[in-house]
Structures are given as structure tokens and as C-alpha cells.
Design a protein around this ligand. Structure first.
Ligand SMILES: Cc1ncc(COP(=O)(O)O)c(C=O)c1O
Length: 402
């Protein structure tokens, strides 16, 4: 009898975590490494949120709480959805978890049966296909190339839907491409979904606040209220308030789904950290100026990185609408050989050679299901980004035809 389960053998470790780990190991050996592989804001959690976490400890909020979140936080989340998204939810339609990732995990494990299909536009966040596979479902990957702005088209969506389709996962702005759907683009997708009542929408809105150039963020249930009773709207405080380590995410959806997710959470992790819940409450109800500050900083860095990468021979970098990633193409470098002698056969070879020869860690596109690209996380200081771009440019200039 095999010791490891079939379920665990269906999934692989997160490639973004692996790349960040490889960069950290090289750094520990004394190499001069610039890691642009991790997906988290480089800012500190705002002071008033940190203070709320400390106060939670001092006030004795250190015990188990209701499994899927304290009432005050659920109320604050309802207010957030009403204030920012024009969505009316009641507290029994809200679930709070240890990160947005656990919301996705709970929702998919609670609903997906073997053979159920989940549509995932590529490039995708690395965890979606693996969580679907763990649940026994079938990820249906739909390529969304740069020519389509890395966005799912209504035609491609319609073609991907079958009688076994249970969910469509949407992520706008996207990790890894930064692409976001405007109201018309979102409406075109929700129009298709109206024709298929068995398909639910799982929308990952975690980068909601990181949109640039005046872009207006929209979410499916807001654009098409008739989809609200089959939509799970996921969000969290990790990226919006630089709180990745606090582990608080939340979801809003129909009561039956929310109850099933709470049941799963009650038999796995129980409540998310009580201290973090009070900090998240302060984040959602307190001053919101961090959001504008970080948006401005990330827009400036996006421009710096897009301009810099488009200056590198062989690279072409579209301008993303949001998040803190760019997803340039290396199509023109495929078939070359780097100055260090590595054949650039695909984006994984490019990423490994770039790390070995220049010390810059990025994540290759195959990890996100769309090649030949790589993801740069520009959640780093302007000086670090300038140095990284100089090294990437030197690397590209050194690539010669094979
Ligand atoms: C697209 C996307 N969704 C969800 C998450 C998970 O966020 P958390 O679990 O920290 O809330 C991430 C984190 O990298 C992400 O990039």
C-alpha cells in the first residue's frame, strides 16, 4: 500500500515558493542576489493596524473565536463590500479564513467532485490548478495570450464550458500578468455565464486596490447581479494593507456555500488567528491612506520596470493595469545562447541562467501556464529595481544566436 495519498501526489509544490527558496539559498552562500520572485508588498503593515494587533493581545483576544470569523469583522467586511463594490451581503454570507488562499481551498474542496471541471484562464496564479486537482476536479486551462491582453475572451469562455463545468476562476488584476477586466470586458464574460446556470464564478479580487492610470476595478456580482447567487467573491487584507503574514482573507457568497466552507474549516484549521482578525478589523475600518500611497508607489515602479524591460534586446513587456507584476515575453530570445553558455530553450532555462549568471531571481512563465514569459514582482525599492533591470539588460545583450 502506498504511504502517500493519491490526492497529495496530484499536486506539486508552489514554483514561486521554490524560486524564492533557491534565491535565498544562493544568498546564504554569499551570492549577490536580487529576488523579484515573491508576491508580497515590501512595505510594513501600517502603524494603526500593528497597534490594533498588539491591543488585541493586551485585551485578551487570544482565545478561539467563531470558526469563520468574529461578528465585528464580518460586519466590517459587509460594509467594505457595500462601500467599495456596491454589493449587499449579510454576515451569514461572509467567511473569514487564514488568507484568501484558504477561502479558495475551502470553496473548491467543499464543492468539487471527481470529474467536475474548473475553468482557469492562463496565465494563472499557481495555486488554482493544484487546489482543483487536490479536490479531485479537472482544471481546464484556457490560454489567454498577450495579443488578448492576457484576458479571457467571451468566445474562449463559451468554448471551454461543458456540462461538467462547475466553476470559472477569475482573477483581476491578475497574478502574474497584472491584466484587469474593465466593466465592458467583465460584462461580456458575465453575459456568457447567464447562458450556463450550472457554472459558478470564483472571483479572486485580492489585488482590487492596486490598479493604475485611473482604472476602475469591477467584480462580477457587481456587473451582473443575476450571477450573485452563484458567485463567491474572494478578497483579503494581504496585498491591500501589506498584511501577508497576518493571514486573513475573506469571501462572500450564498449562505449554503458559506456554511459548507465553515464546516470544512471547523474540521481543519478552526478560526483564523484571533489577533489577526482584530488587526484586519482595524485595516478595514481605519484610515485608508496606505492604499493610495502604495498604489502610487507601485504605479511608479511599474513604469520604471516596463520601460526598463522594453529597453532590453529580445524582451517585450506589455503595460499591466494592476497588481505588482509584469509578464514580459522572451519569444525573441528562444534559440539563443547566454554569455554563460546556457541554451535558452524555454522560459525555465532563461530563469535559471538569469539567476546563475546575474543573481536576479524571477519566475518562469511555464509555472503560470503560459510561455514563453517570465514574471517580475516589482514589490521592491526603486534602486533595487534599477539594478535588477541593468543586470537583465546585460544578460539579454549577452545572448547570441545558437
Ligand atoms: C492571485 C492571488 N490570490 C490569492 C493569494 C493569496 O493571498 P493570501 O492567502 O495571502 O490572502 C495570492 C497571493 O499571492 C494571489 O497572488
Amino acid at each position: 500500500m502506498a504511504f502517500l495519498s493519491d490526492a497529495i501526489n496530484r499536486i506539486k509544490p508552489s514554483p514561486t515558493v521554490a524560486m524564492t527558496g533557491r534565491a535565498a539559498a544562493l544568498k546564504a552562500e554569499g551570492r549577490d542576489i536580487i529576488a523579484l520572485s515573491a508576491g508580497e508588498p515590501d512595505f510594513d503593515t501600517p502603524e494603526h493596524i500593528r497597534a490594533a494587533g498588539k491591543a488585541a493581545i493586551d485585551h485578551g483576544h487570544t482565545r478561539y473565536t467563531t470558526v469563520d470569523g468574529i461578528a465585528e469583522l464580518k460586519r466590517a467586511i459587509c460594509d467594505k463590500f457595500a462601500r467599495e463594490n456596491g454589493l449587499d451581503y449579510t454576515a451569514d454570507q461572509i467567511s473569514v479564513s487564514s488568507g484568501g488562499k484558504q477561502i479558495l481551498f475551502n470553496a473548491l474542496l467543499a464543492t468539487v467532485n471527481p470529474g467536475d471541471e474548473v475553468i482557469i484562464p492562463a496565465p494563472y496564479w499557481v495555486s488554482y490548478p493544484d487546489i482543483v486537482a487536490l479536490a479531485g476536479g479537472t482544471p481546464v486551462i484556457v490560454p489567454c495570450p498577450a495579443e488578448d491582453g492576457f484576458r479571457l475572451t467571451p468566445e474562449a469562455l463559451r468554448a471551454a464550458i461543458t456540462p461538467r463545468t462547475k466553476w470559472l476562476i477569475l482573477n483581476s488584476p491578475s497574478n502574474p500578468s497584472g491584466a484587469a477586466y474593465d466593466a465592458a470586458q467583465m460584462k461580456a464574460l458575465t453575459d456568457v455565464l447567464l447562458d450556463f446556470p450550472q457554472v459558478w464564478v470564483l472571483t479572486d479580487d485580492i489585488y482590487e486596490h492596486l490598479v493604475f492610470d485611473g482604472f476602475t476595478f469591477v467584480t462580477p456580482a457587481q456587473i451582473e447581479p443575476r450571477l450573485k447567487d452563484r458567485t463567491l467573491t474572494m478578497n483579503g487584507v494581504s496585498k491591500a494593507y501589506a498584511m501577508t503574514g497576518w493571514r486573513i482573507g475573506y469571501g462572500a457568497g450564498p449562505v449554503a456555500l458559506i456554511r459548507a466552507m465553515a464546516k470544512l474549516q471547523s474540521q481543519s484549521t478552526s478560526n483564523p488567528s484571533s489577533i489577526s482578525q482584530y488587526a484586519a478589523l482595524a485595516a478595514l475600518t481605519g484610515p485608508q491612506d496606505y492604499i493610495d500611497m502604495s498604489r502610487e508607489a507601485f504605479q511608479r515602479r511599474r513604469d520604471l520596470v516596463v520601460d526598463g524591460l522594453n529597453d532590453c534586446p529580445g524582451l517585450s513587456c506589455p503595460v499591466p493595469q494592476g497588481a505588482f507584476y509584469v509578464y514580459p515575453s522572451i519569444a525573441d530570445l528562444i534559440g539563443t545562447v547566454s554569455a554563460g553558455g546556457t541554451a535558452i530553450t524555454d522560459d525555465e532555462a532563461f530563469a535559471n541562467a538569469l539567476l546563475d549568471e546575474t543573481g536576479v531571481a524571477i519566475v518562469f512563465g511555464a509555472a503560470f501556464g503560459l510561455s514563453p514569459h517570465f514574471r517580475v514582482s516589482y514589490a521592491a525599492s526603486d534602486d533595487t529595481l534599477r539594478e535588477a533591470i541593468a543586470r537583465i539588460r546585460a544578460f539579454c545583450e549577452g545572448c547570441r544566436p545558437a
